[in-house]
Design a protein around this ligand. Structure first.
Ligand SMILES: NC(=O)c1ccc[n+]([C@@H]2O[C@H](COP(=O)([O-])OP(=O)(O)OC[C@H]3O[C@@H](n4cnc5c(N)ncnc54)[C@H](OP(=O)(O)O)[C@@H]3O)[C@@H](O)[C@H]2O)c1
Length: 330
């Protein structure tokens, strides 16, 4: 059985499916296993796939897309996102063309700047330490990257461009200077990390919030784990609502995201899980009281702390997200 997924209308008029399949399992996820999940997810109804060069599996995922097109699937039937990694901010077109070659696509639907910081690969630094070549957000530099992103749209290599891991002050600067406004900001969102102010800011500016780690990323890499982290899918409120709806707590996290206007991109390599996730967002909605109860369990628990991007010795990961006071307004 194939489930039909609701869509959200972007400011460009294009429609993006309200749930996507994430393709980053962990640093050690098997690319073939992820590609099999993409294939299986397509078969049950997923049409939106969240990819990135740094996930190290775009060639394997691309083989699946090729097979689908050979089986008469139309390019327009899929929504494919990819992202430029931080070491390629100066060579955006080259990075995008490489992802297109790997994914075996003539264009992507959405191309994101994965992080607003230009630096190397997280694998180059130890867990809980910063990257030796990390540099701060410098708006003029970011705009040079953004101009190259805008050029990709003109070249037809992507239909939309967007950001990821941005904060409101950085977005304010970008919105002031962009010729093509971001269609999407991809960001961490789950019941214990709701980012309400940023979600509201995006909505007010006609930018869609795409939510990563929507289930609280139970298998995330060690560098993104700390003893203070809480577990969304074990929250008593989530468990109680899940029991009432007769579904897994994952489904409650996803219903909540979608009803809040955030597009979740849960990852799973197990058919029973990715199918259940899809069915959850198409099933009975949460009522107002349930939505209010979940709104009240926010713990401001950021999981992807980004400590590898700190650029000065002695900084704390919280500084990365609070450092916007250093940005000079236009
Ligand atoms: N832009 C960025 O900087 C950024 C950062 C992080 C992630 N992302 C994207 O966001 C996607 C999602 O984030 P994530 O993978 O870290 O976290 P997540 O989607 O919150 O959690 C994924 C984990 O949940 C489990 N799971 C999925 N459905 C389940 C269900 N119904 N019941 C029980 N367990 C379930 C999966 O295990 P099984 O495989 O065993 O089902 C998987 O290990 C990534 O894959 C990636 O595409 C983007």
């Amino acid at each position: 059985m194939t489930v039909t997924v609701p869509t959200h209308r972007l400011y460009t008029g294009a429609r993006i499916p309200m749930i996507g399949l994430g393709t980053f399992g962990s640093d050690h996820a098997d690319p073939i296993e992820v590609a099999c999940a993409v294939r299986g997810a397509y078969e049950v109804g997923y049409r939106h796939f969240d990819c990135a060069a740094v996930y190290g599996n775009e060639p394997e995922v691309g083989k699946v897309f090729r097979e689908l097109f050979c089986a008469a699937v139309q390019r327009d039937d899929l929504w494919v996102t990819s992202k430029v990694w931080n070491d390629m901010h100066g060579r955006i077109e080259e990075a995008c063309r490489q992802s297109l070659a790997d994914l075996q696509l003539p264009y992507v639907d959405l191309y994101l700047v994965h992080w607003p910081f230009p630096n190397g690969h997280p694998a180059a630094c130890a867990v809980d330490s910063r990257c030796g070549d990390a540099r701060p957000y410098i708006h003029d530099e970011f705009m040079k990257t953004w101009r190259q992103m805008e050029r990709l749209v003109e070249l037809g290599l992507t239909r939309h461009i967007g950001t990821s891991n941005m904060t409101i002050p950085k977005l304010r600067l970008l919105l002031h200077d962009a010729r093509i406004k971001p269609a999407v900001n991809e960001m961490e969102v789950h019941p214990h990390f709701q980012q309400t102010e940023l979600v509201e800011y995006l909505r007010a500016n006609g930018i869609l919030a795409v939510g990563y780690c929507p289930l609280g990323s139970p298998n995330r890499p060690g560098r993104d784990r700390s003893p203070a982290d809480s577990v969304d899918m074990e929250d008593p409120v989530i468990l109680e609502i899940a029991l009432k709806h007769g579904i897994h707590p994952a489904g409650i996290c996803l219903k909540w995201a979608v009803q809040r206007g955030v597009v979740p991109i849960p990852m799973s390599t197990k058919q029973e899980n990715y199918l259940a996730n899809l069915e959850a967002i198409c099933g009975d909605p949460l009522d107002r009281e349930e939505m209010c109860r979940i709104a009240a369990i926010d713990r401001n628990c950021r999981l992807v702390k980004g400590q590898v991007f700190l650029w000065k010795p002695g900084q704390r990961w919280e500084d990365l997200w609070d450092m916007d006071g250093e940005i000079t307004p236009p």
